[in-house]
Write a protein that binds this ligand. Structure first.
Ligand code: NAI
Length: 332
């Protein structure tokens, strides 16, 4: 029987890149049946709702979703649907590999690290209010449970991927209670993994070090906000947001999505790079045990990326989204 997966194309370039990635997956395996539902502006236009109940039910039923970017207005309007989904399904871990590919012009060749971002709390709880007209307050929540859980996930990932070091980043010198608790939790969990090195680095220094010598890092674990910022920055080390995949993982539900947003500046032009979506699809296939299909796609993608005549515009090439997809499909 085919495995049903919820497909949410999302907004902006989502429609272009997610269908490209789904087409590629269908070429590599017959075992997937997509259940396409919507969220974001696209859903609002169709159903008058940003996150229709049908979408939630589909994710609950299928347990796995392949999701495109969703537009979130800055400073006003609805809360991020992404944050809502992560909180609703308790997707406590955001896994973001940072890997350079041969042939892609980037700052660091042969880079391969992973950023693990706590996904359920911190300032992303969205507890904000105006105190007076001239003062606003946002509440940062850090709990021992979530911090120990994410630290454990980081060490388990290091074990699984045979990586030798976990680096925890924080700002506990200033936020002694919240970030202090995050650090203390990591230190405690590290004792269960004596065979894996553990260090902590203050987040501002971490940013500088990550830009200057990213090869020093293997697994970085961070609270929500720092993890978000560092992982976008790290995407810049390996060719930009078009190259950065991610997984949001919970106890029994997982959502796979590119790190980038809906890119309204290039939406509808068929020039977006679908690599981040394809790489997220590869992570998803591995997660559900479709290892063979995942490796087939990975190999084809590597061959296409190696040839700089076959690149999309963001990484210096001329191919459209569709042409890039077709090059991969040819190899499958
Ligand atoms: P963005 O990631 O959409 O775009 C930043 C820059 O990178 C733009 O110049 C864009 O053209 C380029 N870019 C992004 N993905 C690309 C791709 N696949 N191929 C080629 N170029 C690409 O970030 P921005 O502009 O800050 O956000 C736009 C919207 O997306 C906002 O509403 C934001 O809230 C939302 N967003 C949604 C996310 C999600 O659904 N997971 C994540 C990040 C942002």
């Amino acid at each position: 029987m085919k495995r049903k997966i919820t497909l949410i194309t999302g907004d902006g370039i989502g429609l272009e890149i997610m269908h490209a990635a789904a087409n590629i997956i269908d070429k590599a395996t017959n075992n997937i049946q997509w259940e396409e539902v919507s969220a974001g502006y696209t859903a609002y236009e169709k159903f008058g709702e940003l996150l229709p109940e049908e979408t939630i039910k589909s994710i609950e039923r299928n347990k796995i979703a392949f999701k495109g970017p969703i537009t979130t207005p800055v400073g006003k309007g609805f809360r991020s649907i992404n944050v809502l989904l992560r909180q609703r399904f308790n997707l406590y871990c955001n896994l973001r590999p940072v890997k350079s590919f041969e042939g892609v012009n980037c700052l660091y060749k042969n880079l391969d690290l992973v950023i693990i971002r706590e996904n359920s709390e911190d300032l992303y709880k969205g507890i904000e209010h105006m105190i007076t007209d001239a003062a606003a307050e946002s509440i940062k929540i850090i709990t021992r449970g979530a911090s120990e859980r994410i630290a454990d996930f980081a060490f388990k990932t290091a074990e699984k991927e045979k990586r030798g070091k976990v680096t925890l980043t924080h700002k506990a010198n200033i936020m002694k209670l919240t970030d202090g608790l995050f650090l203390e939790s990591g230190q405690k969990i590290s004792q269960n993994y004596p065979h894996i090195n553990f260090e902590d680095v203050i987040v501002d220094a971490m940013s500088m070090k990550l830009v200057m010598n990213p090869y020093d890092y293997e697994v970085i674990v961070a609270p929500n906000l720092y993890g978000d910022i560092l992982s976008d920055m790290a995407a810049g080390l390996v060719g930009g947001l078009g190259m950065a995949p991610s997984a949001n993982i919970g106890e029994d539900i997982a959502i796979f999505e590119p790190v980038h947003g809906s890119a309204p500046d290039i939406a509808g032009k068929n020039i977006a790079n679908p690599t981040a979506a394809i790489l997220s699809g590869i992570m998803m296939l591995k997660y559900i045990g479709e290892e063979t299909a995942a490796i087939k796609i990975e190999d084809a993608l590597k061959i296409v990326l190696k040839n700089n005549n076959l690149h999309t515009k963001d990484i210096g090439g001329r191919l459209s989204t569709t042409e890039f997809k077709e090059e991969i499909i040819k190899l499958l």
